[in-house]
Design a protein around this ligand. Structure first.
Ligand code: SAM
Length: 145
């Protein structure tokens, strides 16, 4: 399967993670850090699960847009970079590979790039893949400016 984007250890796959995941090698990643869609139901059956809600600070405007200028980050649930950096560091070994099968605008990918880790991101909406790609390039932009 060809990634939508691949650069400096960050791969982004455009598609449904249920289709993409079986195409990846077994035992390939060191960690999974993800932010799944809210109100997921049990395999499409029954009522959406609303039982677990956690408080999470919103990403600041500056954080959301960093690396995207002059475009905007229009994803509705962008996570703070500092939080994602903490989470990927917590469970991913240095230079390890982290998987996010519900990548959205790529906050996990941005965090991994800034931490010098590899990442595999999967996102079903192409316009979010584009945002994730631009955010994944941020570290390179910072290094060479
Ligand atoms: C809560 S958002 C993730 C937001 C992300 N953490 C960020 O900071 O931008 C969940 C994302 O999962 C994507 N998604 C939902 N079902 C999916 C699936 N089956 N495969 C891949 N992506 C999916 C949605 O399009 C959405 O962008």
């Amino acid at each position: 399967m060809t990634p939508y984007f691949e650069e400096n250890g960050i791969q982004i796959f455009h598609g449904d993670c249920l289709d993409v995941l079986p195409c990846l090698a077994d035992n390939f990643v060191d960690s999974v850090v993800t932010d799944p869609p809210y109100e997921l139901s049990n395999d499409g059956k029954g009522k959406p699960q609303r039982a677990r809600f956690f408080y999470c600070a919103k990403a600041s405007q500056e954080d959301r847009e960093e690396g995207l200028e002059p475009r905007r980050n229009f994803h509705p649930t962008v996570k703070p970079t500092d939080l994602m950096r903490y989470l990927v560091r917590l469970i991913t070994p240095p230079c390890g590979i982290c998987l996010d099968p519900f990548a959205g605008s790529g906050s996990t990918g941005k965090a991994c790039a800034l931490e010098g880790m590899k990442a595999i991101l999967i996102e079903k909406e192409i316009e979010y893949c584009e945002l994730a790609m631009r955010r994944a390039r941020l570290r390179q932009q910072l290094l060479f400016t």
